[in-house]
Design a protein around this ligand. Sequence first.
Ligand code: HEC
Ligand code: HEC
Ligand code: HEC
Length: 281
Amino acid sequence: MKRTPTLILLALIISIPLKLTAADSQVSLDTPPASLEQWYKPANKRQVWLHTMFRLRREMQAIGEYAKQDDRDAMEKWIKRLDKDYSKIADMVPEWEKEIKPRLLSELEMFAEKSDRYRLEETLDMIQRTCDDCHDSYQPLVTALYRSPDYEDIKVNGLDGNKQSFEDNMAALSESVNQVLIALDDGHKTVALQASQNLADQLQNLGDSCNSCHKEDEYPRERILGKATQQRFEKLQMNISDWHVKDSQKLMGEIAVTVCARCHNTHRIVYDLRNALMPTE
Ligand code: HEC
Ligand code: HEC
Ligand code: HEC
């Protein structure tokens, strides 16, 4: 059992409504079977499980649409595909065999042959229920566990030239931010100047690690650490030099929002959630 606030947050992030009542303020999510891991990166080259799911949804939609048009050939084509992918669920994760009902697929085929649209659609609904049941129990946790980024192996250059972990880089950033704010508060201009320069350098080093996930894509780095951020740092240095304390504090606030918070909103929340939800051995 997990505490409610975490789960509400999880639900917000991955858009899955959780029904909560005053009487029942706890929700449980089932831990997915270990054999699922092999169908996800990095164990697998591709997100095989997820792509099977996308195909299932497409196949269900195609069958529903062709049923309305009574196009038997097209239905047959897509029922064959659905049959194949639906049975893959139990092939890939044997522990989930009991979650699916392959006999519904033979029935689907039979009703399609007979052009019995009413029972065909009823059967489609029954198949959909097996999808929904499994999703209700497992989907949020699987998404958090297997599809959230991992920062463990990323190394960032420290100010002393040594490599540091992502986490240590974060601790150092936080220290520099507070050093600037404390020095501004207490009238220590040289310290404030040095600390703000350190912060800019630390962020520059952090920026070199973005491409370990974002690869060739320059845009994510530009969005958070690009021209707008550089200009804020230049303005900050000038304002500290001229000892405009209020303006400097305001700029620090802007940096905290547009750099730290903006990045945390996409990266840190999911990471923290995954760690909180990760089943302990
Ligand atoms: C890549 C975008 C990114 C940027 C930019 C960023 N952070 Fe982080 N931050 C993260 C991630 C991801 C984590 C959680 C991973 C970890 O702790 O290793 C984190 C964790 C933290 C933590 C907690 C560390 C701990 O010990 O658990 C602090 C404090 C922090 N960041 C401060 C900052 C400050 C201050 C800034 C801005 C000056 C900043 N971060 C900018 C991504 C970012
Ligand atoms: C035995 C469990 C199980 C069954 C049965 C199942 N799914 Fe899934 N499905 C999952 C899990 C787990 C995820 C989460 C995967 C992820 O986020 O990487 C998922 C995710 C999905 C997604 C992706 C949602 C998104 O946009 O992120 C789709 C679409 C989907 N399933 C369709 C279907 C359809 C259609 C069926 C029935 C024909 C079905 N699934 C049956 C376990 C199941
Ligand atoms: C461990 C992997 C990882 C690292 C390292 C990482 N990101 Fe991301 N980032 C992601 C994932 C996953 C997403 C969400 C999917 C996507 O947009 O690619 C994302 C999304 C983003 C987005 C929102 C989507 C967009 O393209 O506008 C921005 C901005 C971003 N990252 C900036 C950064 C910056 C800046 C850094 C380095 C300081 C960084 N990221 C480092 C994994 C990472």
